[in-house]
Design a binder for this molecule. Structure first.
Ligand code: AMP
Ligand code: TRP
Length: 345
């Protein structure tokens, strides 16, 4: 809780404060239908009920080697796409992580309150260091302390994350607890926020796995920016079963997934969808799912095209947000530095 809130509560004013949410996503090029349904779309909804701060985690992204030109393009495209999906800078703060200097600074401090053993236990580090065995850099190892800094700088109450980030959030909580234990209350200890609704979208080629942009088979995922004909083609090729009956069932992972996607984009229940396609074949159903997805992404793509062509507008948005984020996070950084014993600037 911030100092102002505490004071105003003590005076009996404004007992309600919106909880603060922080989240970030890496600018890795392709944003899939899975990312949209599982993360992005939820962020958009959260904006009305929470005090939201979001970032494009471009500092995190260089733990794997990036081509400078493509990297710059991916960062801007991620920013524009999120705005196109409905992140609204009138309601939320939405910035590029590298534009707010406090992140790297607090990350350094927190590195000194994080144990080698703790970081060694991170499963993502173990996975990634096997996968990129030629570049096991120190950043890959300390990545979770940067993520902790992202969250703790804003005194976030809640952090929307996917299951793969739970261990990192747990570490952020431990670091906050440890620091608070040594110096007195400095950081809010954040909770994970797993949205109630949020289907797990599965791969179109192997529906037992989640849809992931890192899948080398491009037919396995649908990108929000895929052209309509590409989306249609990918759905037509989706793996199904031999029963030829549109209904939810065991051993029908492919059809279950398509029904899930249809439900996620149209808001219809599984029962409504099943009733609608009774007696119809998989071919018709696949086309209908593709059309529903195309309709969902069409307005996003139109807004994206306008935004990406308007660099001045984008710049205005990320600059203003970075200024606000710097102000908020500087207070936390100053507080932490004072507690450690640094001389005030
Ligand atoms: P990633 O692309 O794996 O870094 O994930 C970024 C965010 O998107 C996380 O919050 C994930 O939970 C979410 N996400 C990624 N893939 C899917 C999927 N197939 N279904 C639902 N959510 C997903
Ligand atoms: N590490 C997260 C991911 O790869 C992205 C991220 C960076 C993040 N900083 C964060 C998520 C802070 C939540 C809070 O998906």
């Amino acid at each position: 809780m911030s100092e102002e809130i505490k004071n105003s509560e003590a005076q009996g004013a404004q007992p309600e404060r919106k909880k603060r949410i922080f989240s970030a996503i890496q600018p890795s090029g392709t944003i899939t239908l899975g990312n949209y349904v599982g993360a992005l779309r939820n962020w958009v909804k959260l904006q009305d009920d929470y005090d939201c701060i979001f970032a494009v985690a471009d500092l995190h992204a260089i733990t794997v080697r990036q081509d400078p030109k493509a990297f710059r393009r991916n960062i801007l495209e991620a920013y524009a796409l999120f705005l196109a999906c409905g992140i609204d800078t009138e309601k939320s703060i939405f910035f590029l992580q590298s534009h707010v200097h406090t992140h790297a600074e607090l990350a350094w401090l927190l590195n000194c309150y994080t144990q080698f053993g703790e970081l060694s236990r991170m499963t993502q580090f173990k996975d990634k260091s096997t996968k990129h065995a030629d570049n096991v850099n120190a950043g890959l190892f300390t990545y979770p302390t940067l993520m902790a800094a992202d969250i703790l700088l804003y005194q976030a109450d809640l952090v929307p994350i996917g299951a793969d980030q739970k261990q990192h959030l747990e570490l952020a909580r431990n670091i906050a607890d440890r620091f608070n234990g040594i110096y007195g209350r400095t950081f809010t200890v954040p909770d994970g926020y797993i949205p109630k609704v949020g289907a797990r979208i599965k791969s179109l080629q192997d529906p037992t796995k989640k849809m992931s942009k890192s899948d080398e088979n491009a037919n396995a995922w649908v990108a929000i920016l895929d052209k309509p004909e590409t989306i249609m083609k990918k759905f037509k090729r989706a793996v199904t079963d031999s029963e030829a009956k549109v209904c939810v069932g065991e051993g029908k992972d492919g059809i279950n997934n398509l029904i899930g996607i249809m439900s996620a984009v149209t808001g219809k229940t599984d029962e409504q969808i099943t009733a609608e396609f009774e007696g119809k074949g998989y071919g018709d159903f696949k086309v209908a799912v593709a059309e529903a997805v195309i309709e969902e992404v069409r307005p996003i793509q139109e807004r994206f095209d306008k935004l990406i062509a308007d660099k001045a507008y984008l710049e205005e948005q990320y600059r203003r947000s970075a200024e606000l984020a710097t102000k908020i996070s500087q207070r936390t950084l100053d507080k932490a530095m004072k507690k450690i014993g640094y001389v005030a600037r």
